[in-house]
Structures are given as C-alpha cells and as structure tokens.
Design a protein around this ligand. Structure first.
Ligand SMILES: [Mn+2]
Length: 591
C-alpha cells in the first residue's frame, strides 16, 4: 500500500497536472479529430493483406509531408514543474522513513518509497542529442499499442510508466496502453490499480493472466489483444521521454526499432543517460554485450543505426510483421533468450533492427532481483538451446563448447519454429555473423585464442610468487612464498596472460590494472574490460620483464615488504625479473 501522505500527494499533484493536460488533450483532439479517424481507416487499409505482398517494404504514406511532432505546450508545462524528483533530479527520502524504505526495497529491488514521493507525472529534462529537437517525421503515422507486462510491479512505478507514455506522445497516435498482469499477488495491483486507471487513464487496459505465464507469454497476451498498427513493448518500471513515440513508428514495416535506454537510479530516481549509444550483440555464452558504433553511425548522431541484437524489453515493431514472424516462440519459458530469438529471426528473415537515438526511455535497473527463483530448473538454458537449435546452425557449437550441459537439455518441440524458418526462407546464421554482426568475433572470438602465458609468476630476486589471495576489485596484492614450494600454504598464484593481453587469476574476471605512470604506482585488481589500456601487459621472456605499454613501466617489487608496484624498466634491476611458469613463445613473438 502507498502511504497515506504519499498517496495524497500523488493524487493532488496528479489532479492538478491532469487538469492542465486534459486541457491540452481536448484542444488537440478538437483540432485533429477528423484526421484521426481518416488516418485510422487509411492505416487499416494499408496494413490489410500485407503479409502476402513481399515487395511492399515501405509504409506508403498518403503524403510525404513531414511535421514537427513536439508538443511545446506540454514541454513548457514540464519545464516549470518543481518538487521531489522533478526535472529528473535525484530525490532523497526525509529522515524517519528508514523502516518503510527497507520494507519496500526488499520486495522491489529498488527504492519504491522514493517513487511514492515523486509525482506520477514528474518532469524529466531533455537529454536527447540537440539535433533531435529539429527532426521532423511524417504527418501520417501509424497508431501504436503499448504492451507492458508486469509481475508484482510497484504501483507508482507502473503508473508512471503508463502516464509518461501517454503524456509525452501525440494522443491520437496511441491506440491503447495494455498492462498485462502476470499473476501478481500485491493487493494494490488489483482494485486500486483498476480504480486509478478508470479515473485517470482512459487509454489504459488491464489484462490479467490466470496463471503465472512469465515475461514472454505475458507479452504475447498483450500483443494478441492489441489493435494498433505498431506494437511497442516496454518494461513496467520505465519513463518515456520527450517526443519518444514518432521516431520508432516512422520507420518502414520491416524495421524494428529500439529506443535508447536511459538509467533511472534505483536509489534516487535521478534520470540520466547510460551512454550515447552502442550496437547490441552477445558473447558465446549468450550474455548480452555491446559493440561500438560504426564511423557512419557517428556521423549522424540523431539518425537510427543498425544494431544486431536488441537489449530486451523495449522495442517497436509493426504488428502484422510481428505475427508474420510468428511472434515470440511460445516454448520460451519465463524469461531469457527471447531477445535473441526475435533479433536473429528479424535479421535472418529479411527485416532489420535499428536503435533510434531520438527516442529515449528511462529504465530502473534494479539493485538486486527481488523475485524468488521459479524453481523449474535451468529454464534459461532450455530457452537458449531452443534459440540455438532453431537459428544458430553450426555456430550453436560455440555455445555448447562453453556450456556442455546444454547438449543434454531437452529443448522441447521446436518443429513449429523450424518450419517457420523454412517457410520464410530465412538466411543462415553465417550470413548474420558475416553481414550484420561482422565485427563481433574480433571482440568475442568463437574459439578463444590460447593464452600467451600461464601458471605461477615467480620473482627472480626473491624466489617469491605473486599471490592475489582471491581479493576483490580495487584491492592491491603482493608476494608470498610459492605454493609449489610450500604446498600446505593456501593462496591464489595461478595466472593467465590471456589473448586480451591482460593478466587475470585463473578462472576469474578481475585483471591486473595500473592507472598511473608514477614511479611506484600500485597494481590493483579491476574488473576485466578486454580493452587493453590500463590492463595491457606484455611478457618479455628474454628480459624476464612484465611490461605495461601504456605507462611504459615494468612490474617491480619490494622483497622486504612483499609489495608489488610499477617502476621504470631497467634490465639491471633484478626485482623486475619474473618467471612466468609456462609461455607460448610463438604467440609472444607474434604479439
Ligand atoms: Mn526491467
């Protein structure tokens, strides 16, 4: 339940802004009411029968006229708003709220009490690239249905999602906002949600699953109900930003569009960018990864750019095209793998996917996952196997190489997906890897090249070994007696100089990191980024030096203090000499 004060505050602030907004909506709809109906009829005609018309790649607008879709009245109103979290600023709870805060944190994984203090229709600042404010889009745009699945979402974050989506979009372009309740148990998501929606959000529909369906099937429930020309899927703890809707729906029918995803701070609800864009990709364990923008993408920072894989929950897709591609594979359980299934399918079967920098949606990345494991075994593994077996051809072996137990998982019946792939004459995965994710293997090679060196790193002067003692990020480490000499002694003395040219304790993903070129600069462990820089090392097996190119210094040590640090390279200094247990001479010669 929302606290009384917060609820009262929400209601008052909402009512005031609703009055203002409904004024604008009225005004707007008064002006455009005839166009709306005409547009809808046209769009209907336009879309009927399209699946059988393969050459009709573009949405054919009746006119090519482009207009500025910004709602300057709404923008002005928002600029003048003041209060908790307004203008997307950080909000700090007043003293005395700790126990309520903790209770809500536990069930949501973010500071839900802070959300309750912030107006449902709070303002955020425009952080889009400056060129976005000048962009125009077609006057005749299709309508959109926004599908928002939720499971035990906090009420005020859910309502803020729906409200921001509606307030920051042209009213006649939103057919409906569909909230799909995936069998939530929170009381406020029942009557209280429905009362609110009935009173303040007439475009919102609440659908209820009758059993726990999981994210993927909940999205499908919403998609089946949707009547708009374009489906837009959003998470239930998001905030749509200024003029977010026209960019994704102004694309052609087979272009699936993802917005930029901004960060809503899980503690303070401050709204900020995570970066200025990157192309989506994956590694061979199917973790979502990102690839740098291409030079041509950087030249036009407000234009949509091609992206191999979507991040997940936030995208827009022509509704008939979604079904033409079979929607999501319904055999995918709970969550996991669905973004790969859809992304591969789109690219391999003749569509394309872009990220639109001028459409930004804020998302709360939780501090921790609050929901218990569903207790149905490795459902993510089974999902990945389904995707790999249907779409990845011979490349699936690279996944199985890293996750051998997937070979024995039962993916269930995949005949429907396979026949869809055949029916749509989709291209092989090799094509996707070579044409779309062409730069991926450079960063995530299917077969990892061998290490340059591995084993203990023994100092020649002291006969001591480097020991990282299973320390954490940002910890320093030093020298200890070598465990090979004193087997009873514990420690972490096995290292790898990997093909990324970084040094990491075996089987871990923290790396030797030096961030200063000062004499005596410390060496710490830091999360491996694989981008060299501070973490690049070269082993000179002739001079026995561990060279750090960016600082130009060599690894050195103080025997008395058992300390490890950096100093200017000098072949006469014996404390700079190290024996790496084994090394690959050919690889080091070809550095
Ligand atoms: Mn989310």
């Amino acid at each position: 339940m929302l606290k009384r004060n917060a609820r009262k505050f929400l209601k008052i602030s909402f009512f005031v802004s609703l009055l203002l907004i409904s004024g604008i909506v009225l005004l707007k709809s008064f002006i455009t009411v005839n166009d709306i109906d005409a547009n809808n009829v046209k769009n209907r005609e336009k879309y009927s029968g399209l699946p059988n018309a393969p050459n009709k790649h573009k949405i054919a607008p009746t006119t090519n006229e482009k207009i500025d879709w910004h709602n300057y009245t709404e923008i002005k109103i928002e600029q003048n708003r003041k209060g908790p979290g307004e203008q997307g600023t950080a909000f700090y709870l007043p003293p005395g709220t700790e126990s309520r805060k903790e209770a809500l944190y536990k069930v949501n994984g973010f500071n839900a009490l802070a959300s309750d203090y912030i107006a449902i229709n709070r303002s955020i600042v425009d952080i889009r690239h400056k060129d976005c404010s000048k962009k125009k889009y077609l006057k005749n745009l299709p309508t959109a249905s926004i599908v928002v699945p939720f499971h035990n979402e906090h009420l005020s974050t859910l309502l803020r999602t729906a409200t921001s989506v509606i307030n920051r979009a042209p009213p006649h372009l939103i057919k409906e906002v569909i909230l799909v309740d995936d069998f939530s148990t929170k009381a406020e998501l029942k009557q209280e949600l429905e009362n609110y929606v009935r009173k303040y959000l007439p475009k919102v529909v609440v659908l209820r699953a009758t059993k726990r369906e999981g994210l993927i099937r909940a999205r499908l429930i919403g998609a089946r109900f949707a009547k708009g020309d374009v489906l837009i899927f959003l998470d239930s703890h998001t905030e749509a930003s200024i003029n977010w809707l026209p960019p994704p729906i102004a694309q052609d029918r087979r272009t699936v569009v993802c917005p930029f995803i901004d960060v809503i701070d899980y503690e303070t609800f401050a709204y900020r960018a995570q970066d200025e864009g990157a192309r989506g990709s994956f590694d061979w364990e199917l973790y979502y990864k990102r690839l740098p923008l291409l030079p041509e993408d950087l030249e036009q920072p407000a234009e949509p750019f091609k992206s191999p894989v979507m991040a997940g929950g936030l995208f827009a897709m022509d509704r008939s095209y979604f079904w033409e591609l079979g929607g999501y594979d319904e055999g995918l359980d709970v969550w996991g793998g669905e973004q790969y299934e859809l992304s591969f399918k789109i690219w391999q079967c003749g569509g394309q996917m872009v990220d639109a920098p001028c459409s930004r949606i804020g998302h709360i990345y939780r501090k921790f996952p609050p929901f218990p494991n569903p207790g149905i075994g490795d459902f993510v593994g089974r999902n990945y196997k389904r995707v790999a077996e249907v779409w990845m051809d011979e490349y699936k072996e690279y996944l199985y190489l890293r996750r051998p137990h997937y070979r024995n998982l039962d993916p269930g019946d995949i005949s429907k997906q396979k026949s869809l792939r055949e029916k749509l004459k989709c291209k092989p995965f090799k094509w996707f890897m070579e044409e779309i994710a062409f730069d991926q293997p450079k960063k995530y090679p299917p077969i990892e090249p061998p290490n340059f060196a591995s084993g203990e790193i023994r100092n020649v002067a002291s006969n001591l070994c480097i020991d990282t003692k299973f320390q954490k990020q940002n910890d320093r480490f030093g020298l200890e007696k070598c465990t090979k000499d004193v087997p009873s002694q514990g420690g972490e003395q096995q290292f790898e100089l990997t093909w990324h040219k970084d040094i990491r304790p075996k089987k871990r993903t923290v790396c030797f990191d030096v961030s200063s070129s000062d004499n005596h600069a410390p060496v710490v462990l830091w999360s491996c980024h694989g981008m060299q820089g501070n973490q690049e090392w070269k082993y000179d097996y002739k001079k026995l030096q561990l060279y750090h190119p960016i600082s130009g210094h060599c690894l050195d040590c103080d025997i008395e203090r058992k300390e490890v640090f950096m100093s200017p390279c000098d072949t006469n200094v014996i404390t700079q000499k190290w024996n790496f247990q084994t090394f690959n001479r050919t690889a080091l010669d070809n550095w």
